[in-house]
Design a protein. Structure first.
Length: 365
C-alpha cells in the first residue's frame, strides 16, 4: 500500500518538474532555441527565452534536451517521498486494500495520465511524420489547399449539395502566382419524385502579381484570368482577361493584408440568347485576409466586371468567410457567397446567394 502511494507521489512530482525546466530545442529547420519551459500542450510547448515567450509547434521540433531542473522542483520531488519508501517494482505490498483517504487523494491518477500522454504522443508523432512527408514532396515556396463540403437535406424535398475546390500559390520576393478552382452542384427532389438541378457551375482563375518597385513596395501590377461555366444560368463559356494596377494595405501587428486593383479587361462570352462574344470590360478585384487569432481567420474576396459598350454585361462576386484552425492539418470554413450576373437564362435568378460549410486541408512545407 505504501509503495503505491510513493509511486503516485513520484509521478506527480515529475510532472511539476516539467514546468520551469530549462531545455534546448533543435527545430526541423536547424534553428536552436533554449529557454525555460512554461507550459506543454498536445500541440505546442511554450518557452521563455531571452527575447520573450514563444510557442513552438511540436511538429516543428526535431529534438529536445533537458539542460537543467530547478533546484526547488528537485528538492521538492525528493522531500515529498517519505523516508524508507522504495519504488522497486518487486517491492511487496502489505496485502491491505487502500483506505478511503488514499483513494480520495489519488483516484487512478497514473492510469488516466498515462492514457492521455500516450494519445498525445501518437498525435505528435503522426504530425511530425506528416510534416516530413510534406517537406519531401511539396515543392519549396508552394502551398496548396483542398476543400470540400456535402449536404444531404430531407424534408418535404430532398436536397443534395456538393461543393469542391482546390487552390495553389507560389510566392517569390517580388512576385506571386495564385490559382483557384471550384465546383458547385445541387439537386432537389420533391414529394412526387421529380428531380431538378438547381446549381451546376464550375470555374478556375489565375492571378499573377508583381511588385514592380521592389519587394518592399506596396504597389503592384496584376494579370488576372478567369474561366467559368454555369449550366443553370446558361452561361456556357465566360473568359475574362485583364490587367490592373493595385496597392497592398498591410497591418502586420494586426495580421491584416488587403490587396485591391483596378484596370481594363476583355471578356469572351457565350451565353443563352446573346450574340456578342467579345466585350471590353473594366474590372475591380480585391482580397482581404485577417488573422484574428491563431485559430480564427477572416477572408474576403470581391470581383466586379462591367461592360463598356452597352453596360449590360455585368458581373459581381462577393465572398466572406471564417476559417477555424487555418494553420492546422485540417481546418473548418464557413463562407457566404453572393454571385450576380446580368445575363442569364429567363428561368434562373440573376442574384445567387449561398452559405457553405466545408472542410479544408492546407498542404504546405
Amino acid at each position: 500500500m505504501f509503495s503505491r502511494l510513493a509511486k503516485v507521489a513520484l509521478a506527480l512530482s515529475a510532472l511539476s518538474v516539467c514546468s520551469g525546466a530549462t531545455s534546448t530545442f533543435v527545430l526541423e529547420t536547424g534553428e536552436i532555441i533554449k529557454g525555460e519551459v512554461l507550459t506543454k500542450t498536445a500541440e505546442v510547448v511554450e518557452v521563455k527565452t531571452a527575447y520573450g515567450d514563444i510557442k513552438i509547434p511540436y511538429m516543428a521540433i526535431k529534438s529536445e534536451t533537458l539542460d537543467e531542473i530547478p533546484a526547488a522542483a528537485a528538492s521538492s520531488s525528493d522531500s515529498e517521498i517519505p523516508e524508507g519508501a522504495t519504488l522497486a517494482a518487486d517491492e511487496e505490498d502489505d496485502g491491505q486494500p487502500p483506505t478511503d483517504t488514499a483513494l480520495a487523494m489519488f483516484p487512478d491518477a497514473g492510469s488516466t495520465n498515462d492514457a492521455k500522454e500516450s494519445l498525445e504522443a501518437r498525435i505528435i508523432s503522426w504530425q511530425k511524420q506528416y510534416r516530413t512527408f510534406l517537406q519531401t514532396w511539396v515543392p519549396e515556396g508552394w502551398s496548396f489547399k483542398l476543400r470540400g463540403g456535402f449536404t444531404l437535406e430531407q424534408t418535404t424535398v430532398t436536397k443534395n449539395i456538393i461543393s469542391l475546390g482546390a487552390s495553389a500559390k507560389r510566392q517569390w520576393d517580388e512576385a506571386s502566382f495564385s490559382f483557384d478552382s471550384f465546383y458547385n452542384y445541387e439537386t432537389q427532389k420533391n414529394a412526387a419524385g421529380v428531380e431538378t438541378t438547381t446549381t451546376d457551375k464550375y470555374g478556375a482563375s489565375t492571378d499573377i502579381k508583381w511588385n514592380f518597385l521592389g519587394s518592399e513596395s506596396h504597389w503592384f501590377v496584376s494579370d488576372l484570368m478567369s474561366y467559368r461555366h454555369d449550366g443553370i444560368k446558361k452561361i456556357y463559356t465566360q473568359i475574362d482577361h485583364g490587367v490592373g494596377l493595385g496597392y497592398s494595405f498591410t497591418l502586420p501587428e494586426w495580421g491584416i493584408q488587403w490587396d485591391i486593383s483596378v484596370g481594363p479587361a476583355v471578356r469572351y462570352l457565350d451565353a443563352y440568347n446573346y450574340d456578342t462574344h467579345w466585350v471590353p470590360m473594366a474590372i475591380l478585384n480585391e482580397q482581404l485576409k485577417w488573422d484574428i487569432t491563431d485559430i480564427l481567420r477572416l477572408e474576403h474576396k470581391g470581383y466586379m466586371g462591367m461592360g463598356l459598350t452597352t453596360g449590360n454585361e455585368g458581373t459581381i462576386y462577393i465572398m466572406v468567410g471564417l476559417v477555424f484552425w487555418p494553420k492546422e492539418i485540417v481546418s473548418l470554413a464557413l463562407r457566404y457567397t453572393n454571385d450576380y450576373d446580368s445575363i442569364n437564362s429567363p428561368n434562373a435568378i440573376k442574384n445567387e446567394q449561398k452559405l457553405i460549410l466545408s472542410l479544408e486541408i492546407p498542404i504546405s512545407r
